[in-house]
Design a protein around this ligand. Structure first.
Ligand code: FE2
Length: 93
């Protein structure tokens, strides 16, 4: 799999860094799809098509969540930060 998003020569990257890159690029694509489906659903006049678009938007959120979970399991600092912020009450800041 090639990527135009690399900022260092591929041969200089560890397998872990490259896999993390693949997960991050994929997460970006899934989040972009959530945004696009959401906008398209808002703009859709056909009720049934709107429901399909909302369904698809929610599927993209599932895909994004799966990638976040992969990052949590494979990148220790992600695990630290996700534990710190996810599911906690009170101010995020
Ligand atoms: Fe997806």
């Amino acid at each position: 799999m090639s990527s135009e998003e690399l900022h260092a020569p591929r041969e200089q990257l560890t397998a872990s860094t490259y896999a993390t890159h693949q997960a991050i690029v994929s997460l970006m694509e899934e989040l972009q799809a959530v945004d696009w489906y959401g906008q398209r659903a808002d703009d859709c006049a056909d009720a049934e098509l709107k429901a399909v678009l909302v369904h698809n938007k929610n599927d993209e959120m599932e895909h994004a969540a799966m990638l976040i979970e992969w990052l949590r399991r494979n990148v220790p600092e992600f695990a630290t930060q996700l534990t710190k912020f996810l599911g906690v009450n009170g101010s995020i800041a």
